[in-house]
Design a protein around this ligand. Sequence first.
Ligand code: IFM
Length: 459
Amino acid sequence: MSAFISFPDDFIWGAATSSYQIEGAWNEDGKGESIWDRYTHTPGNIIDGSTGDVACDHYHRWPQDVAMMKALGLQAYRFSIAWPRILPDGRGRVNPAGLDFYSRLVDGLLEANIKPVVTLYHWDLPQALQDTGGWPERSTAEAFAEYADVVSRRLGDRVKTWITHNEMWCASVLSYELGEHAPGWRDTAAAVRAAHHLLLSHGLAVPILRANSPDSEVGVTLNFEIMEPASASDADRQATRTIDGTYNRWFVSALYGRHYPADIVAHYEPHLPNGWDFVQPGDFDVIAAPIDFLGVNYYTRRIVRDEAAPDNLPQTHFPDLPKCDMHTGVWEPVYWEIYPDGLYQLLNRLHFEYQPGKIYVTENGTSFADGPDGSGHVPDARRRLYLRDHLSACRRAMDNGVPLAGYFAWSLMDNFEWAKGYQQRFGIVWVDYDTQQRTPKESALWYRDAIAHHGFALD
Ligand code: IFM
């Protein structure tokens, strides 16, 4: 008999997507331009030259997509709202058609008995706000508060789980320092300012969401990686500590009332010609507004090497872990390791260091290009095992007392993977981009059964 890994009856089983990655309809019904529209329409930014103009055409096909979710037994669906559909100029004029679209989607989900989990910002900033400086400017945080107000006034009676932001590291460092995501800047000072204003905007939005959406839960989603030094040298260990700080600790520390970590403040200081002038008195109190849950996105581990260190120790031999098709870096890929134990470690660390009242794994998944086998099936055993092993890690963490309340597979369906275009397929549902046909993969059918049984056998 194989062991059965069971989850509490109230554990939430969901799947996640984001607006730009699936909706398409980039300029329909009054939607304004986003930074991702501008970025993908600029040649050279996306590996295969693709755009989100059509993507999965979810804007038109959402009723079928909701029916598909229902058939899979999903209990919750995490999606994001395209800010420029609601406020085409970023602030001011509201586009009623944009609000109507999401209102219909929410109603459709509730009719299908699927809980809507709304992310307000998954990176598609109105281009109009980028034109006035984007996230490095404080005014963008104020605009976000206005946007949160408009959306929650309309949807707050039915949406009861709100996520202000998705992955602030990506929206700041990856976008304004590393230049891999829209708007493609390479400016460390701008990235640090952006990070601060993203955090501030979150804190400004929390009381607004609570006021407009009574009895709701409000949280934020961050991305984390397990960082391990490539050797036991001081240089590699210090490099690991620094990247753990810029990637993992910076945001969660501020959100849980501990300001920014001192070592990373010192690390950034030389890059800030005007110092910390953008941090105003009281900002850290705003940022640390109490939240109901922390959303955790986890995919992989990173082995950190200080390439510049003279006479560094030879790299430790790490057992070869399987890797998926996804990679860090666009042009010089480092493929993502599959490391389920990292999720266990991460959940424990967050629980013991920050004590969030509740945690959701708001994204976890893997990219493999496995396609249809000719008989209408999409065998993707590697993704099925990925889900099984990461959910098992969740269960172990819960046994340690981690208050994990739900899990969202990334992604409901294959979609536009940002700078990597459509070459990466993270979906549990296969999308044929020529016909827009959706086919649940083997992993989706396994997930459906796990949901139905509140668990799964470890066979
Ligand atoms: O597709 C992305 C998503 O938009 C944010 N988290 C990571 C996913 C996979 O790269």
